[in-house]
Design a protein around this ligand. Structure first.
Ligand code: CA2
Length: 142
């Protein structure tokens, strides 16, 4: 079975606690379940992780590069300013899809820049938890 790593950045572990009008009401655990369910239907396996630490996310990207694993990533706030996450993502050989729950382009100007988009096969934003489902489906069809 083909495997995909789904990596989540800072504060996404707090989903479901506030701002449901922007991020939806599901928790990250709910989203993880949805991802496993979607992947199983497509005969894929998912390794789903979240961290609040930049260095941990960088280590996971190194791991994905070394093991030639495809990555779906929601870098959260790191999207907009972390050159270190971008440099680590640039080491991936198997490909990358960027996902966001909200549509950052329709929000504050500081969210309009993504350091990751230019490296990604594609970006899926604005569909809430379905952004993850759509990303898994896109990966399955690559
Ligand atoms: O829309 C997305 O998925 C974001 O990556 C989410 C980030 C934000 O900084 C990006 O601009 C867009 C924020 C993730 C954490 O947000 C929470 C909001 C409410 C409650 C808990 C977490």
């Amino acid at each position: 079975m083909r495997k995909v790593m789904i990596l989540n950045g800072p504060n996404l572990d707090r989903l479901g606690t506030r701002e449901p009008e922007i991020y939806g009401s599901l928790t990250l655990t709910d989203i993880e379940k949805l991802c496993h369910q979607t992947a199983a239907e497509l005969e894929l396996t998912v390794d789903f992780r979240q961290t609040n630490e930049e260095s941990e996310l960088i280590k996971w990207l190194h791991e994905a590069a070394e093991t030639k694993t495809f990555v779906i990533i929601n870098p959260a706030a790191f999207t907009h300013y972390s050159v270190a996450i971008r440099d680590a993502a640039a080491m991936l050989t198997d490909g990358l899809i960027e996902v966001h729950l909200s549509n950052p382009i329709s929000r504050e100007e500081f969210r309009h820049t993504s350091l990751i988009s230019g490296l990604a096969t594609g970006t899926i934003s604005g569909f809430g938890a379905n952004s993850y489902v759509l990303a898994i489906q896109a990966f399955a069809r690559l």
